[in-house]
Design a protein around this ligand. Sequence first.
Ligand code: AMP
Ligand code: ZN
Ligand code: ZN
Length: 422
Amino acid sequence: MKFLFRALCCAFLLFSAGRAAGSTPPTAPANIAATRPTTPLLLISIDGFRADYLERGISPTLRMLADGGVRAQAMEPAFPSLTFPNHYTLVTGEYPDHHGIVDNSMFDPQLGTFRLDLRKAVGDGRWWDEAEPIWVTADKQGLHTATMFWPGSEARIHGYRPDHWRPYNGKMPYDARVDTILHWLDLPGRQRPDFLSLYFEGVDTAGHFYGPDSPELNDAIRQVDAALARLVAGLRQRGLYDKINLIVLADHGMAATPPNQRIVLDRLIDASHARVVSTGAIAGIIPAPGHAAELEAALLKPHAHMTCWKKSRIPARLHYGRNPRVPPLVCSARVGWLITSSRIAMLHHGKPVHGEHGYDNAAPQMRALFLAHGPGFRRHAVVPEFPNVDVYPLMAHLLGIKPQPNDGNFGQVKDMLRPAAR
Ligand code: AMP
Ligand code: ZN
Ligand code: ZN
């Protein structure tokens, strides 16, 4: 008994300090869970979790959720298959061309440079306000919202932020993220959020550093699965496991990028005649004044391992090129190749790259995980692949809110729901 008291007490202290890694999950205050009339929706992103990783048999919690709920054979990301464009597509239902986060790295004549590591830009609502994310719409319609990280959640968009949010910190232990979600679910009465998000980056990071077929990537899968096991245990302990809708998905997949597969841009163009806004699986190029014809001549001709377009000529199926933030010239590398420059080695957070995404969203390697579990969803169901713009209308339906105009199609995903929830 004494031991139990001490364990609970320690768990509480660790939790309140926000450093709960390795501890037992916090216990629920009595009589709080499951008193809310609406069913909360928790959207979980495992960055870079390719659809087929689930078949590796090393993620028992994901498997359990999939078996007890709905799994899509795969989910198609939007083009370009990059983190920020796709996370914003998931919460707006709009293609990147429509929501304005057209790349992880952007240049806008008014706003300047956008990059993931530029905290000020990432938190500046003017980059995000071409669309309205679901937490803003939900808030406007009287619901409560909480984000345990999500691209855009740090910015004030149309005057709104989530009711609870945290500045992005990739070093925050997974357990502490999960415990924060559980803590928010313990909030009494109407304070309990109706929409919540949770984000994990480790699978994507391992995919970049070590490649999609590495033992390190499998370790990262096991780590995220353990965090989800903690979440499930905390939900069960609160009597919430069958009373919350969980959507677990990824923003894109991952392709191996062998070191000999590089396209060196400045061997093709004079880089001093252009602003190269982004490189990697996709490159965005703004010709310097007076150099458009020269750059077009060099880039628009056929290349063995990439295709370049003028933005007005990008194939319609990619839904990309109308937004003013899309650079005048866009190059898309063949899967497994990287567009780089001889001056910069291809690095991800300072380390050489062994895996990448951002490729044509039709590529099988870019396919993302999608599964869902809870009272709104069918059980033991597998549905065909669908595009990720459809997640937004699905979520709006589950929350009972009127969605913003979007590119998704609820009709395509409503079969995932139990008949009573359609
Ligand atoms: P990518 O470069 O497309 O692989 O993006 C993945 C990276 O995005 C992660 O490793 C994080 O460093 C970063 N990231 C994810 N979410 C956020 C966020 N909310 N704010 C800033 N950076 C983020
Ligand atoms: Zn990503
Ligand atoms: Zn990535």
